[in-house]
Design a protein around this ligand. Structure first.
Ligand code: SF4
Length: 492
């Protein structure tokens, strides 16, 4: 049993924002931090935000960073800098009514400062406004003269010219008008958060707030039963809109208990039927489609990285830059070889990626992928950028055959739990090809591994380890496609 005291709790801007998402989230964060599960996507988002913030600082070389060994020291240092000659200030730390904030950028203006919050998103989001309102209110209470409150977000039309020139990466959106009313609500937000923290755990049911604006790190505590891999909850119905929630409201926790007439969509009926019987279904049409594909067949898969801050000249923020491909080549039924490309991480990977791919896949034979829009888009982007390679790349695009719609239309296994992703389909067809024994086991991990390869300080031994793990992962993806195609062709 926890006994939250009635003492006033220290509040920061991020704690107020947690409270605005869900009072229970703040309460748990403070009183039951042991229940928190921070997933990799939260951590990656945090890392990106930190890097983008540091880059924004570099655009103002005459700026001063408020480091401060402690937050108290940072508040004192901020006051000292504000009392001196005006210059850009990074991480200015201010406090009012027990609420502490750190401002990403304070930029000198004629009659005061522009207060700028730096965000790694590509537009101003609603939740940024509450963030800016809190910053602005604390500045106002500290008698700091602000000429504007702004959100600096990434401009996704920016094209990196190279040589470390990031002028133009950020778009500065003035939100002073938008937050002028909201700012007055901040004292109530502080009071409400204090009341929550002084009370017992709030009784709040899981709902839309659990994913908005960010996935809550206490979801496993609040909803321990929602993993679709446990049984057959209504959520396994694909693209179900509000149907799963409606079925739950009607008391159905297991899809198999739902009466058939409650499901009008044919695909939902199929998933329901197969979940009930426990028997996979494969239509003979899948075999016909695959059997008609001529040889040689090229099974390909790409890995990409999409840094918020572009790394290579000619790329844009968040652009998907391909750095690796794998290709299994089937020259006749069962006669298979493998080829691969992996960039070294030290220079722009795009041209060597495209040239080696063109050479490997030649000019004839189907180019087989799983989820074609991804590979097709990357190839078209390369064709648009390297005009001399465009004819070969566009000819290859015309040869693409997508296994995903064939699987979606003609195959389902109860263990797929409503998903036709390659990671869901493969274990039902080739359980020996699991991913869980790989050091790099999914696309997100591949991006992280390549980002580490790109770091000049990565040691040779580690570099080799990452290189091998990436090759193995991408090869597994195309081998998986071979096995799926064979399974379909052979009719199981
Ligand atoms: S999981 Fe949902 S209900 Fe639970 S604390 Fe988080 S936001 Fe609140």
């Amino acid at each position: 049993m926890n006994n939250p005291s009635s003492k006033r709790h220290g509040l920061s801007k991020s704690r107020i924002l947690l409270h605005r998402q869900c009072p229970k989230r703040l309460w748990l964060k403070v009183h039951r931090p042991d229940l928190e599960k921070v997933d990799d996507s939260n951590q990656a988002r945090f890392n990106t935000g930190t890097y983008v913030g540091e880059l924004a600082q570099q655009l103002y070389p005459d700026g001063v960073l408020i480091a401060g060994d402690s937050l108290g020291q940072a508040v004192t240092d901020t006051q000292a800098v504000l009392a001196g000659k005006k210059r850009p200030i990074f991480e200015a730390t201010l406090q009012a009514s027990g609420l502490l904030i750190r401002a990403d950028l304070m930029l000198p203006d004629q009659d005061g400062y522009r207060m700028v919050e730096v965000k790694s998103s590509t537009s101003v989001k609603d939740y940024h406004l509450a963030d800016a309102a809190i910053q602005s209110w604390v500045a106002q209470q500290s008698d700091l003269s602000l000429t504007s409150v702004e959100i600096a977000h990434i401009d996704n039309t920016f094209v990196y010219p190279g040589d470390g020139d990031y002028q133009g990466l950020f778009h500065y959106a003035d939100v002073s008008e938008q937050i002028s009313e909201m700012k007055n609500e901040v004292p109530d937000w502080i009071k409400d958060a204090q009341e929550t923290l002084s009370g017992e755990e709030p009784c709040i049911a899981a709902g839309d707030q659990c994913n908005s604006p960010f996935p809550c790190s206490f979801i496993e505590y609040c909803c321990p039963q929602t993993d679709p891999e446990d049984g057959f909850p209504p959520e396994v119905l694909p693209r179900n809109g509000n149907l799963a929630a409606a079925l739950r409201a009607e008391g159905y926790a297991d899809l198999r208990d739902v009466p058939e007439e409650r499901l009008s969509n044919l695909n939902h009926q199929r998933v329901w039927r197969i979940s009930k019987t426990g028997k996979a279904e494969l239509n003979s049409e899948a075999s016909k489609i695959i059997a008609e594909l001529p040889y040689p067949r090229y099974y390909i898969d790409f890995e990409t990285i999409n840094p918020a801050v572009p790394v290579w000249a000619g790329t844009r923020p968040y652009m998907q830059v391909p750095f690796q491909w794998s290709c299994h080549i089937e020259t006749a039924k069962g006669a298979i070889t493998h080829a691969a490309f992996l960039a070294d991480g030290q220079s722009d990977p795009r041209r060597p990626f495209a040239e080696s791919l063109i050479e490997t896949i030649g000019t004839d034979g189907p180019v087989i992928v799983y989820n074609a829009p991804f590979e097709r888009s990357r190839m078209q982007e390369l064709a648009d950028y390297y005009h001399d390679l465009a004819p070969a790349l566009e000819a290859a695009i015309d040869r693409i055959v997508d296994l995903l719609p064939i699987a979606r239309e003609h195959y389902y296994h109860p263990e797929m739990r409503g998903s036709w992703s390659i990671k869901a389909v493969l274990p039902t067809i080739a359980p020996d090809l699991a991913y869980d024994n790989l050091e790099v086991a999914n696309g997100g991990m591949a991006q992280e591994a390549f980002a580490e390869l790109m770091q000049p300080g990565t040691l040779p031994e580690r570099r080799q380890q990452l290189h091998d793990a990436l090759l193995l992962y991408c090869e597994r993806d195309t081998l998986a496609m071979v096995r799926i195609a064979h399974y379909f062709e052979n009719g199981a």
